[in-house]
Ligand binder design. Structure first.
Ligand code: HEC
Ligand code: HEC
Ligand code: HEC
Ligand code: HEC
Ligand code: HEC
Length: 304
């Protein structure tokens, strides 16, 4: 038992040393994300499912950037270093990695991995940095969406919706490091695009107007910087005299017709007394082929 204090002091002394013994120099040389998966295996698997991973290799991006020759298009799709508010510069190496781990976490200024937590990470220096939990971290690239969000004055951050909490989990899956660390708060690196809920869009029929209001998503619906996501509104109308008509309306960020947060949008309907309107709202994400139904509702004009 007398050995215990000795062992403890030895351990404490050696911790300082361990730090340098375990340091893996290449991690500070901006390796590809695959390298991070040696330890952060689960986070890597999530990120591979995200659009950030596809940002450079996306076929649509290749075509629209004219085979990577439109230089003004490139930097957000293969950034060197992400900082709050700043539009990034273009990365030189491993562009096919898109918005990569090092782009978001490695800082030239400190030559360390920055992140939201306080950690002991022998293989690479880490620095706790609360800018990771704020919306302006996303603002340098999601410029338009950030401006829209800011105007809503809603406090929920981009991360709280698009990097939802996974509860406490291990940050690393590698022996022996995993033995020295407790589970910590984890956030989803799939960066889900999410989908509006039916109650996020209010639909009203007032005379010959259909009124749509985005009451649930604190940025435009749809929102985009460069992509072209769309909402399709299909209203099947039934008139008092038995006539039927279908009205279709496309709403998009690029045509500046998106639904702004809490701002009612009117769609004019054909003349006549409408007795019933069956309204369907679909969305199409920029990178997806298919439409997905968000809401379906049948509205009746109250009889006078
Ligand atoms: C370096 C620039 C950059 C930063 C910083 C960035 N993103 Fe992105 N993000 C992109 C690009 C580029 C795409 C589009 C990739 C593609 O589909 O080709 C994207 C796509 C997305 C998508 C999917 C959108 C869709 O159309 O389905 C979500 C969600 C997202 N980002 C959330 C975030 C959040 C939240 C943050 C901040 C924590 C963030 N992003 C920070 C560049 C960035
Ligand atoms: C300021 C950063 C930034 C710049 C510069 C930029 N993009 Fe993007 N791009 C994004 C973000 C963020 C997204 C995610 C969806 C959205 O908000 O439009 C995106 C999404 C896209 C998408 C839809 C996703 C996909 O893979 O199909 C395409 C296509 C695209 N960008 C093409 C371009 C082209 C072409 C240019 C140059 C004209 C360009 N981008 C310049 C940030 C940028
Ligand atoms: C040899 C193992 C190993 C490799 C490879 C590795 N890390 Fe880590 N990393 C760690 C350990 C250990 C921790 C701390 C874990 C804990 O406290 O639970 C950590 C923590 C982190 C954190 C959290 C920092 C914070 O303050 O919130 C980030 C971010 C991070 N690593 C990024 C990276 C990136 C990016 C790469 C690839 C360039 C990478 N790591 C490669 C072992 C590794
Ligand atoms: C678009 C930028 C972006 C990319 C790409 C990205 N991260 Fe993160 N990461 C963040 C942000 C922002 C947080 C903090 C989220 C929060 O706490 O709200 C974070 C948190 C973390 C954490 C702390 C634990 C957790 O889950 O919150 C680790 C570790 C980490 N990232 C590692 C990685 C690794 C490894 C990769 C690549 C496989 C990666 N990140 C890719 C932005 C990014
Ligand atoms: C309260 C939750 C919430 C917050 C906060 C939030 N979003 Fe969203 N976001 C959503 C939902 C829900 C959707 C899906 C809309 C749909 O059905 O297409 C979405 C969609 C998106 C899309 C995909 C394009 C689209 O309109 O479908 C991008 C890009 C995006 N958000 C970026 C951001 C950024 C950047 C921030 C912070 C400035 C942010 N979001 C804040 C809930 C949120």
């Amino acid at each position: 038992m007398r050995l215990l204090p000795l062992l403890l002091s030895l351990l404490i002394l050696s911790c300082e040393k361990l730090e340098t013994v375990f340091i893996e120099e290449d991690l500070l040389e901006r390796p590809p994300s695959k390298r991070c998966s040696d330890c952060h295996a689960q986070i890597f698997e999530e990120w591979k499912k995200s659009r950030h991973f596809h940002a450079w290799t996306s076929e649509q991006f290749r075509v629209e950037s004219e085979n990577y020759t439109k230089t003004k298009c490139l930097s957000c799709h293969a950034p060197h270093q992400v900082d709050p508010y700043k539009k990034p510069t273009l990365r030189v190496e491993f562009k096919e990695d898109g918005v990569s781990c090092v782009a978001c976490h490695f800082k030239e200024e400190t030559r360390a991995m920055h992140g939201p937590l306080k950690v002991w990470s022998p293989p690479h220096p880490s620095k706790q940095d609360f800018s990771y939990t704020k919306s302006n971290f996303c603002a340098g690239c999601h410029q338009e969406t950030y401006k829209e969000w800011k105007l809503t004055k809603v406090e929920k951050t981009c991360q709280s919706c698009h990097m939802p909490s996974l509860g406490k989990r291990d940050l690393i899956q590698k022996f022996p490091f995993e033995l020295f660390h407790l589970a910590k708060p984890r956030t989803s690196h799939e960066f889900p695009s999410l989908k509006a809920k039916p109650e996020d869009i209010k639909v009203e029929l007032k005379g010959n107007k259909l009124i749509l209001t985005n009451v649930g998503v604190p940025h435009n619906l749809p929102t985009a910087d460069q992509g072209n996501p769309k909402l399709y509104v299909v209203a099947e109308l039934e008139f008092e005299d038995g006539r039927r008509r279908t009205v279709r309306k496309l709403l998009s960020a690029q045509s500046k017709t998106a639904l702004r947060y809490k701002e009612p949008k009117e769609i004019r309907l054909p003349k006549g007394n409408i007795v019933q309107a069956q309204v369907k709202i679909y969305r199409k994400l920029a990178w997806k082929k298919e439409r997905e139904l968000i809401k379906e509702v049948t509205l009746q004009t109250p009889s006078p």
